[in-house]
Design a protein around this ligand. Structure first.
Ligand code: ADP
Ligand code: C5P
Length: 211
């Protein structure tokens, strides 16, 4: 084991491709000492609220996330302690009743729209990345994904995007780009950036002799 695990934060607007980038990097090291955690898993628990109230929540505001729990869990992992990660269900807008046990690893990738927005999270990161993709591509990708994977209609995605997602992106996500060490243009197809990150991670893992 090294002195402490390395934490990499990957932020970017919705549909920018940050999950694709994170998965592409993660897949190259599957089976080795690496784990990824999505900030979305730490959306606040809303099980106590009726569905019509959950639909009114602003999911693009920093206060939608339970960052206290997120940070507590990262600190546990940094001390090589296991956590019980919450599971989020977009179709019912709240956590599911199950949790997933996550064992500590040497490289921890944190991914989410606002992981660079909270100074406490930034302070835990060794490498900060922002995936930067034009808004027109992001909304097109989001429409396709949310209908296929998150149980939404075109009208609901467009309405939410115009009224909430876009203004919140401009207020909270885009300004967090200035905190990034590295900006990756486009998402999952930027193989040069993905390879560079993979090389960096390989060096870290070799240093702690776990590869
Ligand atoms: P994010 O996590 O930033 O919201 P995702 O990685 O989930 O973004 O990507 C959103 C959608 O766009 C997914 O359906 C994904 O397959 C697709 N996607 C991501 N990157 C690209 C790309 N470079 N070209 C085309 N589609 C992409
Ligand atoms: O994967 P992605 O980065 O797109 O996830 C963040 C997005 O998920 C936010 O822009 C938010 O609007 C959306 N979201 C949602 N419904 C929820 C929780 C999050 O539409 N219940």
């Amino acid at each position: 084991m090294g002195n402490k695990p390395i934490v990499i934060g990957i932020a970017g607007g919705t549909g920018s491709g940050k999950t694709s980038v994170t998965k592409a990097i993660y897949d190259q090291f599957k089976g080795h000492s690496i784990l990824m955690i999505q900030q979305d898993s730490y959306y606040k628990d809303q099980t106590h609220l009726p569905m019509d109230e959950r639909l009114k929540t602003n999911y693009d505001h920093p206060l939608a996330f339970d960052n206290d729990l997120f940070i507590e869990h990262i600190n546990q992992l940094l001390q090589y302690k296991a956590i019980e990660k919450p599971v989020y269900d977009y179709t019912i807008h709240t956590r599911s009743s199950e949790t997933i046990p996550v064992e500590p690893k040497e490289v921890i990738i944190l991914e989410g729209i606002l992981v660079l927005e909270d100074e406490r999270l930034r302070d835990l990161m060794d490498i900060k990345i922002f995936v930067d993709t034009d808004a027109d591509l992001r909304i097109l990708r989001r429409i396709q994904r949310d209908i296929k994977e998150r149980g939404r209609t075109v009208d609901s995605v467009v309405d939410q995007y115009v009224n909430v997602v876009r203004p919140m992106h401009n207020q909270f996500c885009e300004p967090s780009k200035k905190f990034a060490d590295i900006i990756i243009p486009e998402g999952g197809q930027n193989f040069v950036a993905i390879d560079l990150m993979a090389t960096k991670i390989q060096t870290i893992l070799e240093r702690v002799s776990v590869l």
